[in-house]
Unconditional design. Structure first.
Lengths: 469, 648
């Protein structure tokens, strides 16, 4: 019963997908009704999963089986439900009309895959969970936008994802070969005596997962996919795989690593984080396309998250440092996409940064939402993004007494935050640019409005009550 | 239950503030007063509940809120401290703000910034109530800045008017100087408390009032010089916010804001925050008599020069502004009497008493001045109107009540509370060490009382009596204020009439305040009959002189000591001029030099700032859209990693 929310989501997703058999065709009017209907059903499934999640009682003995329901699993589930709520609200008016059932079915299954990854205590179930996330993602990318750019994005993502999964499986096979078991707890206890072979295997596993979190050098697909896919799909891509990837990393590496293993893993993560931050921010500052800018910004945030992971591995920070960053990231990034979605739904364009020029005078509510999210992305006070960055920074600095490199990483992170502020500020200043020939955008989409209102409120509230994050 | 009440007091205005902000964005400006007034009435109601239900409980209580932060050794718990000292100010703040919010509905009716006005108004009340309720000095400081910000926004409410924008900046900058010292004092205090055994490790928790007061006796023995320095720095913060000499220059200019704001912020509530701070910290300052004696001197000087300047203003609102400065000076003078051993409690009680009564009658006077201004088409120069008792019959009576209370006519509020302060000073003048100082201050106090009566009656008689004279701006529609404006004024008038009699001779406020833990020990209070008689007489004499002056009009003499006296008063004692020559001009020179240096650095920084973009453009060559290239680069990355790991 512990996995009830995940099971509900996956089953519900399958049912919605099966429903697509009867949903097809019909006049425009019918499609409108179906649209609302499927979205409401999806929300109901999500609500059911959430309710099942709250009434379940977690036993003290967590066991050694395929799944292990500890704090990580709980956090992953909550993050998935939070993201799922916002993404379904965003999809309400943006989902492709022809493939409603498939679209929502895939989305719910992806959301259900994250708790599976989060609770995995075995390489087999972990891989199952990861594939539960990636395969529906291919389908969604394919159906969400029918044009050439969309197809290109889909193929790119598919090929590179397969490529990365290979490395993951390669590393996993080494681990299995070395320890003789697929149980993660058994494997983790073997790290200490592992030597180079295990280090190599871990590096391969990390490479495989680095693709999901868009770490450098696995980030190449991100800008192309963000640009080619629909806006909602870009939002999905920026959040759900990232949560899954980080949760999987925590699962494989474990939070109780010995010092030898930490010495192997942390430098790798440091190099990865440094490259990811620098490449993400440098590339983002050169973009004139808003979508690509967001893709690189998502890459840069992966860099900060990797630092959070090192702090977590070394037990230098609160255990929730990574999850609170992810929660803040969910609120600010999904909120940003939801605001863009509303502008797009109202008839505005959001492909280029310049498209947002003077948006405050055309669409004030969404622009205020964008402003709050941008401030949070920069990491300024009064928003959740500030605490998220601050906690990561403190966690990294705390390791500095033993490891001078981690001070260097903290400095690098601060440096990167400044670069990031530069290009976010560019977007922000565009919003308030004045000119005389502005056509107000008046179409109102309640679902998108609710979506970004939730994000904005969370972003602001979490600043004052960070403990809830 | 009490905890809920305590939290609702600040949260109700916060909710009102948020509602008004939303309304301000939507442009529905005609209904913004509803959330504001309702939330403020709720705040007042909850305060009343706190007073009524809290009366059964003994001492003060601390209500924990939530843990805001827990990073490393820094733990921040947000909590409220409720005792009778804070409740007495809290009731003043919430009652008067609710009244003024009601008044403002018609006063601000035609202003395009209606919703914005109420948003900042509620924001101010939120900050002020949090300031009063804070259990921690650092949190108090945060809301201290909060009220400062709201004050800045409201002084500059008509920001397109250059004089208003300048006044707002001036108020902000002057306060900044004082707040800087205040912050240094707080940090130094946290450092000092940290060196006392038994103090908590958390920087924030050390600044809880209880832990400060626990540490003070140790500090007074260990390091009295440090304690005195801290006391001075904290005092500078207090006198900055309360517009005491030499920081008083911002308050008269603050009258550029809407009149109800002047009544609320710059007469009744915010400017008394400094008094509250000193009262709150009285256990600390008690052990630094040197600081308190400076407080007394500054208060005395301010009271005197404030009254002096008020004598020679022709702008009705400015008369009231200088009068506020002068009355605040009284409060500080009273607090300063705490320098004498065992007199602190009496001093705090006297100051708080006058604070409460002053809040009522000064708010009333400002609102009455607002009525005059409204009727006269925004003309407020007393030389341009007169004899308004027929045009504004009700305002006339209300102004009269306020003015009589300010002048100290028995048995109105101002008489009893002012008498209390003078009695404390008289008591202090019998002390051996500081006796002479307080004898002089007592004399200053009496002189100020006389001058107060003079300028008040002059302002009253020249506005409402004599030949009827209306400015052109008033047009033909000079009219009495609406009932919505008059009703809250009546409430304030009742307060001004009765508060003194109810709280003073009965020792009501003294007994109430002594329920506060820090003020609980028995206070020796002696009645000084001759002080009471003298101040009553002075009030009557002063009113007579003021009446005569309003008949005579401006003097025509060109030489003599009286002319110099008047000249100084009219020109604000040349203090503003001195500041601009001695401080502002050199600072501007310095700023110009820094500006030049900044330009150089800025152009350098711009060069550096273009680097990330350059790197990004280079990186874009690799992002060429070809999947094969991506795969190669990824594979290369993995290979490099594998080699690195394998060769370590």
């Amino acid at each position: 019963m512990l996995m009830a929310p995940a099971i509900t989501l996956i089953l519900g997703g399958s049912i919605v997908m099966a429903a697509s058999l009867v949903l097809k065709s019909g006049t425009a009017q019918d499609v409108h009704g179906q649209r609302t209907g499927v979205a409401v059903v999806s929300l109901a499934i999500l609500a059911l999963a959430a309710i099942l999640g709250t009434i379940r009682s977690v036993p003290a003995d967590l066991g050694q089986g395929l799944f292990r329901f500890d704090g990580t699993a709980l956090a992953a589930e909550r993050l998935a439900l939070l993201g799922g709520l916002i993404l379904i609200l965003m999809s309400w008016s943006t989902a492709p009309k022809a493939n409603l059932g498939e679209y929502y079915g895939c989305l719910i299954i992806i959301i259900g895959g994250i708790p599976v990854v989060g609770a995995s205590n075995d390489l087999v179930s972990l891989f199952l969970g990861l594939e539960l996330i990636s395969i529906p993602t291919y389908i969604m990318l394919g159906i969400s936008k029918g044009d050439n750019a969309g197809s290109e994005a889909t193929i790119k993502y598919f090929l590179l994802s397969a490529f990365a999964s290979c490395f993951f499986l390669l590393g996993v096979s080494y681990l299995y070969g070395f320890v003789g078991s697929t149980n993660l707890q058994v494997i983790q206890s073997g790290y200490a005596s592992g030597g180079r072979l295990v280090s190599f295997a871990l590096a391969m596993v990390m490479c495989g997962l680095a693709f999901r979190i868009t770490a450098v050098p696995f980030h190449f697909y991100a800008p192309d996919v963000f640009e080619g896919a629909s806006l909602t799909m870009a939002a999905v891509m920026s959040y759900l795989p990232k949560v899954a990837g980080f949760v999987a990393l925590i699962r494989v590496l474990g939070t109780g690593l010995g010092t030898e293993a930490v010495e192997v893993v942390v430098p790798v993560l440091f190099v990865c984080a440094a490259l990811t931050m620098l490449v993400g921010n440098f590339m983002a500052s050169a973009q004139s396309s808003l979508r690509r800018l967001l893709a690189y910004s998502s890459v840069a945030h992966t860099g900060y998250l990797l630092l959070a992971l090192t702090a977590l591995l070394r037990q230098n920070a609160e255990p929730n440092v990574l999850f609170s960053y992810l929660a803040a990231y969910a609120a600010m990034t999904l909120g940003f996409f939801a605001c863009l979605g509303e502008i797009e739904a109202a008839g505005g364009k959001t492909q280029l940064v310049g498209d947002l020029s003077g948006m405050f005078y055309r669409r004030p509510a969404a622009s205020i939402g964008l402003t709050v999210c941008l401030i949070s992305l920069i990491g300024l006070p009064l928003t959740a993004g500030f605490w998220a960055k601050f906690l990561v920074f403190m966690g990294t600095v705390a390791a500095g007494t033993k490891d001078p490199w981690s001070i260097a990483m903290a400095v690098l992170m601060a440096f990167n935050a400044v670069i990031a502020a530069g290009y976010y500020w560019r977007v922000l200043s565009k919003l308030f640019e004045r000119s005389d020939a502005y056509v107000p955008l008046r179409v109102f989409r309640p679902s998108l409005f609710v979506a970004y209102t939730i994000c904005v409120v969370l972003t602001l509230v979490w600043f004052f009550v960070p403990a809830v994050m | 239950m009490l905890s809920l009440f305590a939290w609702m007091v600040p949260l109700a205005p916060l909710a009102g503030c948020i509602a008004c902000v939303i309304l301000a964005f939507r442009g529905d400006r005609k209904i913004a007063h509803l959330p504001a007034v309702i939330s403020l009435l709720f705040a007042a109601l909850f305060t009343l509940c706190l007073i009524v239900f809290g009366a059964q409980g003994e001492k003060g209580a601390v209500f924990a809120g939530y843990r805001y932060l827990n990073v490393g050794s820094l733990t921040v718990d947000v909590s409220l401290k409720v005792d009778t000292l804070c409740l007495s100010l809290l009731s003043v703040v919430t009652c008067i703000s609710a009244m003024i919010a009601i008044y403002s509905r018609d006063y601000m009716r035609d202003d395009p910034g209606f919703a914005r006005y109420y948003a900042v108004f509620c924001g101010f009340v939120f900050s002020m109530t949090m300031l009063v309720l804070s259990n921690n000095l650092l949190m108090l400081y945060a809301f201290w800045e909060g009220v400062g910000t709201c004050s800045f926004l409201l002084i500059g409410f008509w920001y397109s008017k250059p004089s208003a924008a300048r006044a707002a900046t001036k108020a902000f900058l002057v306060n900044r100087v004082a707040d800087c010292a205040f912050l240094m004092g707080i940090l130094l205090l946290a450092y000092a408390v940290g060196h006392v055994e038994g103090a908590g490790a958390s920087f924030f928790a050390r600044l809880n009032f209880d832990s400060i007061f626990n540490a003070v006796p140790h500090l007074a023995v260990q390091n009295p010089e440090l304690l005195t320095t801290i006391g001075f720095l904290l005092m500078i913060g207090a006198i900055g916010k309360s517009a005491q000499f030499p920081f008083h220059v911002w308050l008269p200019d603050a009258m550029e804001g809407p009149t109800p704001v002047s009544a609320l912020i710059h007469a009744a509530t915010m400017v008394t925050a400094g008094v509250y701070l000193i009262a709150r910290l009285s256990p600390l300052l008690e052990s630094t008599p040197a600081v308190l004696s400076v407080v007394a001197w500054l208060g005395g000087i301010t009271a005197f020069i404030g009254a002096w300047m008020a004598l020679f203003q022709s702008d009705l609102k400015r008369v009231l502004a200088y009068s506020t400065i002068s009355q605040l000076g009284y409060l500080f003078m009273a607090l300063g009497a705490g320098a004498i051993k065992d007199l602190m409690v009496v001093a705090v009680i006297a100051a708080m008493f006058h604070l409460v009564t002053h809040a009522f009658f000064k708010a009333l006077l400002f609102l009455a001045a607002g009525n005059v201004m409204h009727a006269m088409g925004d003309v407020i120069d007393m030389r341009r109107f007169g004899g308004l008792h027929k045009v504004l019959p009700k305002t006339n009576i209300l102004f009269l009540i306020g003015a009589a209370a300010l002048a100290g006519l028995p048995p109105l509020a101002g008489f009893f509370s002012k008498d209390g302060i003078l009695a404390v000073l008289a008591q202090a003048s019998k002390d051996g060490e500081y006796g002479i100082q307080f004898t002089i201050l007592l004399f200053l106090g009496f002189a100020t009382a006389l001058m107060t009566a003079v300028y008040t009656s002059r302002a009253y008689f020249s506005t409402f009596w004599g030949a009827e004279k209306l400015p052109e701006e008033a047009g033909h529609h000079a009219h009495e204020a609406t009932n919505v404006m008059l009703a809250p004024m009546v409430v304030l008038a009742v307060g001004a009439l009765s508060a003194g009699l109810l709280l003073g001779p009965t020792h009501g406020i003294a007994n109430y305040l002594q329920q506060t833990q820090e003020l609980s020990w028995h206070a020796e209070h002696t009645e000084e009959m001759w002080v009471m008689v003298a101040s009553g007489l002075l009030a009557v004499v002063g009113i007579a002189i003021g009446y005569a002056l309003s008949k005579v009009g401006p003097s025509t003499a060109t030489t003599g000591p009286m002319v110099a006296f008047a000249d100084f008063g009219r020109n604000r004692l040349y203090i503003d001029w001195l500041y601009s020559v001695a401080i502002v001009s050199p600072m501007e020179w310095f700023a110009a030099i820094l500006g030049w240096i900044d330009e150089q650095i800025d152009s350098m920084a711009m060069q550096i700032a273009s680097l990330p973009r350059l790197f990004g453009l280079i990186g874009q060559r690799f992002q060429n859209g070809r999947i094969a290239d991506y795969t190669y680069m990824t594979a290369f990355g993995i290979a490099a990693l594998a080699v690195w790991i394998a060769t370590r």
